[in-house]
Design a protein around this ligand. Structure first.
Ligand SMILES: O=C(O)[C@@H](CO)OP(=O)(O)O
Length: 338
């Protein structure tokens, strides 16, 4: 019986036994206005010319990209090169039990509150017409819960499947034996590199009490400055060193190959990624605030990231006017499901 295991770098399932063969994946980075999730600088076309190499494709791979519905799929190699375009959804997890208690959380692994669960479901409705071929989350349960709950609302009804590549045994024991089931699955890859910034000795402390004790300015500096770490913790800069590196090395190649990606992560790991995508300065990022459970859409096209804000609802007309492919995707969902 044919079995397939997930090849992380290629972002696809490979027949068992070939999962280790294809490892040559290339590696690869005003004005302010307020949107629902924060303050952003306007896109600057000048700054978006990241040079990008195309991902090598393996003839033996079984693509997980929906062959019928994904707008990123093209039949000819030529048109693939010209039109490579993919959706990138970023979402901060819904409210956690420690957000509710106003505690510094960092890398402490706490679940969502009931309100956080509802936020994740609501976020899922807002992106339910946007294609998702791969999901990246942190290793923390609040981000994973958010991704999973959001996907329960997606109209395509593919099932998110957490990929276990931590050992050979984990990989073999989690293999899928049905091509059809693979096509109906979305791989979910968890990495600690997308975790919240490590808050050091502040983890578990109440934010208000900490401000009362050390002063508002000091606490604001620890929380929002770019390069000043909290005691024995990570600064945003240190967090960016791992989160943005992971984004460039692991996620950009998937976007280049036309896969639509959702990242469910954290206030600060996402701030560092948005700083990179929107070319924010270390001053501008200070005022970037992300709300819990609000999805934000970027279009990756010809090596550039075009920020499209947050879809207000599943049928917000504007979202589907962004690109012909998103409109087509939605139209095909309508035809298939109505
Ligand atoms: O406590 C944390 O881990 C983060 C996110 O909730 O807090 P802050 O907003 O202060 O960076």
């Amino acid at each position: 019986m044919a079995a397939a295991v997930f090849h992380q770098s290629l972002g696809t399932f490979l027949p068992h036994g070939q999962a280790n063969v294809a490892s040559n994946v290339p590696k690869l980075n005003s004005k302010c206005f307020k949107v629902e999730i924060g303050v952003f600088r306007k896109n600057s076309p000048r700054s978006r010319n990241t040079s990008i190499r195309a991902i090598q494709s393996s003839s033996s791979q079984t693509s997980v990209v929906d062959p019928i519905l994904s707008p990123s799929i093209n039949t000819s190699d030529d048109s693939q090169k010209k039109q490579n375009e993919a959706a990138l959804i970023l979402i901060r997890h819904g409210e956690s039990l420690w957000n509710e208690k106003n505690l510094f959380t960092g890398c402490v692994d706490v679940p969502l509150t009931r309100k956080g669960v509802e936020e994740a479901i609501e976020a899922g409705k807002r992106i339910s017409n946007i294609p998702v071929d791969m999901i990246y989350t942190s290793s923390l349960i609040r981000a994973q819960m958010t991704a999973m709950l959001a996907m329960t609302q997606h109209r395509r009804k593919k099932v998110p499947v957490i990929i276990h590549n931590e050992t050979e045994q984990a990989r073999v024991w989690s293999q899928i034996f049905s091509e059809e089931t693979i096509k109906q699955s979305i791989p979910v890859i968890a990495s600690w590199r997308l975790n919240e910034r490590m808050y050091g000795e502040l983890q578990g402390l109440n934010k208000q009490e900490t401000a009362d004790r050390y002063g508002k300015e000091q606490v604001h500096e620890w929380r929002r400055s770019y390069d000043i770490p909290p005691p024995n913790g990570e600064s945003l800069e240190m967090c960016a060193e791992r989160a943005v590196a992971y984004f460039k090395d692991q996620i950009v190649p998937q976007l280049q190959s036309g896969k639509n990606v959702m990242i469910a992560a954290h206030g600060n790991s996402l701030r560092s990624i948005i700083m990179y995508l929107d070319k924010l300065t270390s001053q501008e990022v200070i005022s970037l605030e992300l709300s819990t459970g609000i999805p934000m859409l970027y279009i990756f096209k010809e090596g550039n990231f075009i920020r499209r804000g947050s879809p207000a609802g599943p049928s917000e007309a504007g979202v589907y006017a962004y690109t012909r492919r998103l409109a087509l995707y939605r139209q095909k969902l309508d035809e298939m499901l109505n």
